[in-house]
Design a protein around this ligand. Structure first.
Ligand code: FAD
Length: 356
């Protein structure tokens, strides 16, 4: 069986981002890489969105970028600007196509469906398959989004709607998210933050239909694409071992209060590429400890007081949008952190701090 210098387990967002980063920086000219990915074909399955706070390799896969966004709670709306850090949406179909095409040009890179097809004993492994603990007390961000198209112009494509909490919350946190790609095309998503114990929350098709038809007042439309997923808002149980690094979701790249992962994956890939020659000696990239600490408290508040969350998210945006974006993208300084913390209901957060 064939030996490789490096193995990437899982050719999804993190695995392919890392392979691409290594390839374009010529780190695979005299090293071999095997990518283990069981899927039979790559097709569009996700839309990755984020505020562009750092550069990344995939500007040509951006479907749309916005300089304005809004957030709603019943009877109140905030319109905010984000031109310093535009909100971008990446089409995973374009991302997969671009990367696979480039990687196939390098004869040192091979693709396999299963790790048993190669000899992995002497390789350095980057693993992106998370070990998820299905404990019923864990929180998830679970959602379904549909892309809808209208005959006539309907959407204002200059502004995206980050969170519309004017909807049924049940005992959880629920909001709609609308990304207008053009005047007659938008992604509309129903998103829940919950322990996924209530199956009725997964009745996404009806939720979206009701929202589009009775809230947006759009009756004449067709659905052209659908995506569904669940992001764990807890760290997977993967352990770091000698000659093995966990990347992506498996490597704790998800910001637990928001589910944002894509740009953290890009930063992690860059750090690995810069240190690939000494990979066993580097300090692994991680989301800064202060965010891990604050997110843990935030998630406790979500669990205990889900009904307060629409107001808490809304109030957070009383700080300048640049400050909130930097905080949510793990790039805030101490003054910006305080500006956000001071907007939170103090007593509830202090109680959460001391609760198990
Ligand atoms: C639908 C959806 C939308 C999301 N939207 C956003 C967003 O807007 N912004 C954001 O920042 N984050 C978003 N996320 C979160 C995160 O960015 C993605 O989950 C991202 O794909 C994580 O990358 P990953 O490589 O860790 O996992 P994946 O992309 O899931 O890759 C893991 C790969 O491992 C493969 N695999 C599985 N089992 C095995 C095995 N046994 N052996 C080998 N390979 C295996 C899978 O086929 C897959 O290709 C979203 C997540 C989902 C599910």
């Amino acid at each position: 069986m064939k030996d490789f210098d490096y193995i990437i387990i899982g050719g999804g967002c993190a695995g392919l981002s890392l392979a691409y980063e290594l390839d374009i920086h010529k780190k695979l000219q005299d090293k071999t890489l095997a990518i283990i990915e069981p899927r039979n074909e790559y097709k569009r399955d996700k839309t990755w969105s984020f505020w562009k706070i750092i550069p990344h390799n995939f500007d040509d896969c951006v479907k749309k970028s916005w300089n304005n966004f809004s957030i709603n709670i019943p009877n109140k709306t905030k319109h905010l600007e984000c031109k310093n850090y535009p909100y971008q949406s990446i089409d995973s179909g374009l991302f997969y196509e671009k990367i696979i095409k480039k990687l196939k040009e390098n004869k040192n890179i091979s693709f396999y469906k299963d790790i048993s097809e190669i000899n992995s004993e002497n390789s350095f492994i980057f693993n992106s398959v998370p070990k998820l603990d299905l404990n019923k007390n864990n929180l998830w961000q679970h959602f379904c989004g549909v892309e809808i198209e209208t005959e006539k112009n309907f959407f204002d494509d200059e502004i995206m709607n980050l969170m519309d909490f004017d909807c049924e919350q049940k005992e959880s946190v629920h909001f709609f998210y609308t990304l207008p790609y053009s005047k007659n095309k938008a992604l509309v998503e129903s998103t829940w933050i919950s322990m996924m114990n209530d199956d009725s929350e997964k009745n996404y098709d009806n939720q979206i239909k009701d929202y589009v038809e009775n809230h947006l007042n759009l009756k004449d439309y067709k659905i052209t694409y659908k995506e569904e997923g669940a992001i764990p808002l807890f760290y997977p149980a993967n352990k770091t071992e000698k000659n093995k690094i966990n990347i992506g979701t498996a490597g704790n790249m998800t910001r637990l209060s928001t589910g944002y992962t894509f740009l953290n994956i890009q930063e992690q890939s860059r750090l690995i590429r810069k240190n690939i020659e000494n990979i066993n000696k580097i300090k692994l990239f991680e989301i800064e400890k202060k965010y891990q600490f604050l997110d843990k408290i935030f998630l406790k508040v979500i669990k205990k007081n889900p009904n307060l969350m629409p107001g808490i998210f809304f109030k957070m945006f009383d700080s300048s949008s640049n400050t909130v974006i930097k905080f949510l993208s793990n790039k805030s300084n101490i003054f910006e952190d305080f500006s956000i913390i001071l907007k939170m209901p103090k007593w509830i957060f202090i109680k959460a701090l001391f609760r198990n």
